[in-house]
Design a protein around this ligand. Structure first.
Ligand SMILES: Nc1ccn([C@@H]2O[C@H](COP(=O)(O)OP(=O)(O)OP(=O)(O)O)[C@@H](O)[C@H]2O)c(=O)n1
Ligand SMILES: [Mg+2]
Length: 400
């Protein structure tokens, strides 16, 4: 396969390949950028692999930064862009299922591509636009399948995160996972326990946002992955994954807040500890707060009051998006939307009267009682029993 025209990011980086070639070494675009170009998708990062050793790359270019020199990566700065160039390498034994004990630089492209995860991630593209496809990745793109390069068990033993990546790419591209690769996934799933939660989290999020997220969840159930993921076994069950899978067929979450609200706030079990689950996934404070606030609202979506809606009004979009994925009726969604839309105030700051004004008017004194008075005003205004207007509020306080 040959490309006469390259995407703009690769056109911009092509002089780098040419300069390395002129110095007598090989250089190729590799990894996700080649896969995404062939698929006609947007590229996000441009990775370059070369037969030149890091020291040799540094001699070829004026401006370089040692971003990961022990792994063979040097960053070349060119027209305000930074390009990571990684020396062809093989990785020797993996004792911890995550990082190679050492990397060995090699001069052969094939040796480098052989240690990559999937055939569709193991293309190389040269400066002339020629695709090098040593493992029939093009055939797998055609078949729409994720297949490990060489022996799947070896690839997953080298880096257990690759099992999550398999699910992520299957979901993102709506591909199936090839049989041997799936068998290896099932056999080696326990190794995922050794992977840092943060890395699993990122792949899991991307998986749930992919177009075939429902199918990916079914696959997770099929290979029994759940016990090896972060989180509490007693909290999320395979039944829960199946429930989510059935709702993710047509619509997927569009943000991280939606992902985690969908995944965790939908579990209707009074005894479980949501905070514990959130912590075991090491989610950001912001996501934890969002899920914590939306969980009760999701569970009583059929009977939300205006006060409930007022308390989550900055999360309205997330709530509605998640309820939509969960197939709540359009009538109910419209009703909740209207509640949001018709809120008399958005926050306590919108009240026509503040504490200082109540004190000045002789209707309150500083202290805990003042807080209670303001809360009563806020509730009455939100519930539409009290007009948000100074005189009305003063009268309301006098009557209390
Ligand atoms: N666990 C991993 C991670 C990466 N790679 C290889 O390194 C390339 C770049 O990795 P990365 O940027 O993490 O993934 P991409 O495939 O580029 O996907 P994305 O679109 O998310 O960047 C991959 O294509 C693959 O060849 C691998 O073999 N095993
Ligand atoms: Mg990438």
């Amino acid at each position: 396969m040959h490309f006469d025209e390259l995407p703009s990011q690769l056109v911009a980086a092509k002089p780098i390949l040419e300069k390395i070639n002129q110095a007598g070494y090989e250089a190729y675009f590799v990894g996700g950028c080649v896969r995404d170009m062939i698929l006609g998708q947007e590229l996000h990062d441009v990775d370059i692999a070369s037969s030149a050793y890091p020291e040799e790359i540094k001699q070829i270019f004026d401006k370089t930064v040692d971003t990961g020199i022990q792994h063979g990566t040097v960053m070349v700065l060119d027209h305000g862009e930074g390009y990571e160039i990684t020396t062809f390498r093989t990785e020797s034994t993996y004792t911890d299922f995550r990082r190679p004990d050492s990397v060995t630089f090699v001069r052969s492209l094939e040796e480098d591509l052989k240690r990559r995860d999937f055939t569709i991630n193991a293309f190389a593209l040269d400066a002339d636009g020629q695709v090098i496809d040593l493992f029939n990745g093009l055939g797998d793109l055609e078949k729409k399948q994720i297949r490990a390069v060489g022996d799947a068990k070896e690839r997953f033993t080298e880096d257990a995160l690759r099992m999550m990546r398999a699910l992520r790419f299957a979901s993102k591209l709506d591909f199936t996972i090839e049989e041997k690769t799936l068998e290896a996934l099932e056999a080696l799933a326990p190794n995922l326990e050794k992977i840092a939660v943060e890395r699993i989290q990122v792949e899991f999020e991307k998986m749930l946002m992919g177009q075939a997220a429902g199918q990916a969840l079914l696959t997770m159930v099929e290979v029994d992955l759940l016990p090896y993921l972060p989180g509490q076994a007693e909290f999320v069950t395979n039944e829960h994954l199946l429930y989510l899978a059935s709702h993710l067929q047509n619509r997927q979450p569009q943000s991280l807040a939606q992902v985690w609200t969908l995944y965790l706030a939908t579990i209707v079990r009074p005894a479980v500890d949501l905070q514990k689950e959130l912590r075991s996934w090491k989610l950001s404070r912001e996501i934890m707060a969002t899920v914590g606030r939306l969980a009760p609202a999701i569970q009583k979506a059929d009977s939300l009051t205006i006060w409930d809606v007022y308390q989550i009004n900055d999360l309205a979009e997330t709530l509605l998006a998640v309820l939509k994925i969960l197939s709540f009726s359009p009538t109910l969604l419209r009703h909740i939307e209207e509640l949001f839309f018709n809120l008399p105030i958005r926050s306590a700051k919108d009240l026509a009267v503040n504490g200082g004004q109540l004190i000045k008017a002789g209707l309150a004194t500083p202290g805990p009682l003042l807080g209670k008075q303001l809360s009563a005003i806020e509730l009455a205004v939100v519930e539409g029993r009290l007009e948000n207007e100074q005189e009305a509020i003063f009268d309301f306080v006098k009557e209390q």
